[in-house]
Design a protein around this ligand. Structure first.
Ligand SMILES: [Cu+2]
Length: 665
């Protein structure tokens, strides 16, 4: 009897072991709807939540797990879709999420099921990939735990920390004003606040003498962020889901969509609490509103009764250079490319007077048929890039080839570029103002032997980058700037990777077909919806026409500024010649208060002159129109004004993570 019991115990134990190491299915039911939130304590606004909550729940799984997300759109006034940023979606390109690319947007009242297997570890996030929507709140962490992580024994606990920017207005208000003749320079709306874990004055409880793995993600819309922890160093071990050899950093920079995991070891004593800070990259902003607090502060809380010190001022922003990272697996540089794609970035006006973003003089316009569906229905013509439309920047990649993407920034802003479906090797990044790669005098021998890898990489103003990847993942993968304003103004290219393999491997589930049918969107045909002749693009979606002779006429209100001494604006591109820099705050504040005075008058005049019909068509939700869903996610932390930090914050504690969300089975 005794032996039977011990056998049963052993069997139970063995089964338990099998259970923990075998793949599970993790299921989420997401009801996407409006809630009210006030994360900076300054303004209550409609925000997109899930299951009545905001911030939205994180998705967590283990490497090898199958994840199922049942998404139902209860927004009432907007379509939606979910993109799982950084996941390869190998074999399931149709679960990648961008609407009109791999699916139709999910209209109000409809449901859609995402079902995919995750075979990669690390720190990711998920967000809406429809209509510039995610800055309204539909963005959250996605964490893939790795039982075989090479850093497993080196930390005690994990802490998830997001950083983001926040707007008081809804995108439905901001987007029509941004993309209008009233904004000929394409000045992006400047956020009202920065957030940690979608709140302010966050307190992160830590214990002395321990090492934590911080999983950070910038889930913001626009602002890159400088991040540092007072009194503590960061040891970077992962970026964008790729393990790298440990690298010490005092300060990091994270663009929108980038992730960084680092080890942080706490002090041995609990006599003080320490501030950590994220500071928005103000060089991205065309104006610096006087009342903008571009910093957000949190605290490593060793002891609640100790003071929460104001952060010290720093006089230099000198972040860690991610190009110096070496991947943990020492993967060698891919060989010379089979295909090189060169993309030149410009911002320019079209004849509606609005400002657009272009790759190689083409601004992206979504096709009538989602690109994946065109590939699946085109037969042998699927390898002809022209069928995907004249305004999708489509490139057809052959299975297994080495692809090099060279991006030349002919614009004076920073742009974080993201490739869906892959990690790329980052071979080269020039300094600011270096011009095009062609003129860089850089050869194959100058590239690192073991280049760092990630999925989102920052391109500097008027500089260039070189990326390389192997086309080993058949699918339709966007390559785009991850500043959401630039997504909406067209800075997107489409990689059509091994389309014939896709035809052999993907069968569209019924929910794909249903959401398209309910909106009368075709699921076969070329970019124009033509099924009889895939090479005939008559009737395709197209952007406004180009201006006949250059740009100057589109931005006459800046003529006066351009003529001033020294010139504040460059006529050719109508972009600011100077941007505010954190390090010379004083000077810039003076210059900008003068400039913003002038701009203010001109902007009022310009907006008054432009009656933009698009603005009135958009459906904007007022807080009183929200109906049943209530302020579950509302966060009442009080915000400070004018760059001051509240000394005695009423912060919200963050819990060290334990079990994952969802239902595991
Ligand atoms: Cu951009």
């Amino acid at each position: 009897m005794k032996s039977l019991i011990s056998f049963a115990a052993a069997l139970t134990c063995a089964l338990a072991t099998v259970r923990t190491i075998s793949a599970a299915t993790v299921t989420y039911d997401f009801n996407i709807g409006w809630v009210t939130a006030n994360p900076d304590g300054a303004f209550e606004r409609p925000t997109i939540g899930i299951n009545g909550e905001w911030p939205i729940p994180r998705i967590e799984a283990n490497v090898g797990d199958n994840v199922i997300v049942h998404a139902t759109n209860h927004l009432g006034n907007q379509s939606t879709s979910l993109h799982f940023h950084g996941l390869f979606m190998n074999g399931t390109s149709h679960m990648d999420g961008p609407s009109q690319v791999t699916q139709c947007g999910i209209p109000p009242g409809s449901s859609f099921t995402y079902n995919f297997t995750i075979n990669q570890p690390g720190t990711y996030w998920y967000h809406s990939h429809t209509g510039g929507q995610y800055p309204d709140g539909l963005r959250g962490p996605l964490i893939i735990h790795d039982p075989k992580s090479p850093f497993l024994g080196q930390y005690d606990e994990e802490i998830i920390l997001t950083v983001s920017d926040w707007y008081h207005e809804q995108m439905a208000v901001l987007l029509p004003a941004f993309n209008s003749k009233g904004n000929p320079t394409g000045a992006e709306p400047v956020p009202q606040a920065a957030l940690f874990n979608e709140t302010q004055n966050l307190k992160v409880a830590v214990q002395p003498g321990k090492t934590y793995l911080f999983r950070m993600a910038n889930i913001g819309a626009f602002a890159g962020q400088y991040i540092w922890f007072e009194g503590h160093n960061m040891t970077i071990v992962e970026v964008d889901g790729v393990y790298h050899q440990p690298a010490e950093a005092e300060m990091i920079y994270m663009s929108a969509a980038q992730r960084c995991s680092f080890l942080l070891t706490t002090k041995n004593e609990t006599t003080a609490n320490y501030a950590f800070i994220a500071s928005m990259d103000t060089t991205l902003f065309d104006t610096l509103p006087e009342d903008l607090n571009y910093n957000v502060t949190g605290w490593l809380t060793y002891d609640e009764v100790q003071p929460f010190p104001e952060p010290s001022l720093v006089d230099e922003l000198d972040p860690f250079d991610d190009m110096t990272l070496i991947p943990y697996d020492n993967q060698s540089i891919f060989g010379e490319p089979d295909k090189t794609i060169e993309l030149n970035v410009i911002m320019d006006n079209l004849n509606d007077g609005a400002n657009y973003a272009f790759f190689n003089n083409i601004t992206y316009k979504a096709p009538k048929v989602p690109t994946l569906y065109t590939a699946l229905s085109a037969g042998d013509l699927a390898t002809d890039p022209s069928i995907y439309g004249s305004y999708t920047n489509a490139f057809v990649l052959e299975k297994g080839e080495i692809v090099q993407i060279v991006v030349n920034n002919l614009d004076s802003g920073r742009h974080p570029f993201h490739l869906h479906g892959h990690h790329f090797q980052a071979l080269y990044r020039s300094e600011d103002e270096a011009g095009t790669f062609e003129n860089a005098n850089v050869t194959e021998a100058d590239f690192p032997a073991t280049p760092m890898r990630r999925d989102t990489f920052v391109l500097y103003p008027d500089g260039n980058i070189v990326l390389r990847f192997r086309a080993d993942n058949p699918g339709i993968w966007l390559f785009h700037c991850h500043i959401e304003w630039h997504v909406t103004s067209g800075l997107i290219a489409t990689m059509v990777e091994a389309p014939l393999d896709l035809q052999a491997s993907i069968t569209l589930p019924q929910s794909h077909l249903d959401v398209c049918a309910s909106q009368n969107i075709a699921t076969v045909g070329n970019a124009a919806g033509n099924t009889a002749d895939f090479t005939n693009l008559k009737g395709e979606n197209r952007p406004p026409n180009r201006l006949p002779d250059g740009l100057a006429q589109s931005c006459p209100i800046y003529l006066s500024l351009a003529l001033m001494e020294p010139p504040f604006y460059e006529l050719k591109r109508c972009r600011p010649l100077t941007s505010p820099r954190f390090t010379i705050r004083g000077k810039v504040a003076l210059a900008f208060s003068i400039l913003s005075g002038i701009l203010g008058v001109l902007a009022v005049a310009a907006y008054g002159l432009s009656a933009d019909p698009a603005a009135s068509e958009d459906s904007v939700l007022s807080p009183t129109e929200q109906g049943a869903v209530e302020a579950a996610g509302s966060v009442g932390s009080s915000s400070s004004s004018n760059h001051e930090v509240v000394p005695e914050p009423k912060g919200r504690e963050v819990l060290v993570i334990s079990a994952g969300g969802g239902n595991r089975s």
